[in-house]
Design a protein around this ligand. Sequence first.
Ligand code: 5GP
Ligand code: ZN
Length: 108
Amino acid sequence: MEKDCIFCQIIEGTKPASFVFEGDRVVAFKDANPSAPVHILLVPKKHIRSINDLTEGDQPLMAELFMLAKKIAQEQGIAQSGYKLVINVERGGGQYVFHLHLHLVGGW
Ligand code: 5GP
Ligand code: ZN
């Protein structure tokens, strides 16, 4: 938990968000400024700044994140029509919130 991190605040429940999933290690909530009809953020509860900060021990966590993406895409009814999974990395890669997250976008 990083007190100045908005995603940590959402995970802690001190900042509101529209959750679609909460598990022991990962959560998913709707993006506040969606860029597609379906735009969900999948976020590890552990505060990891970006992909650059992953360690070997984070492998199961990342696998869980991608398996959750598959499940949520099915639940949202966009699995067959198709979707994008995007991870922005650091400023040059378009990352604005420095708590690792996976964008699930689709439904066009
Ligand atoms: P990034 O550019 O870091 O990959 O993506 C950050 C995403 O977080 C953006 O799509 C932005 O709309 C979303 N976002 C920023 N602040 C909030 C917030 O307070 N709540 C929610 N639900 N999404 C947010
Ligand atoms: Zn955080």
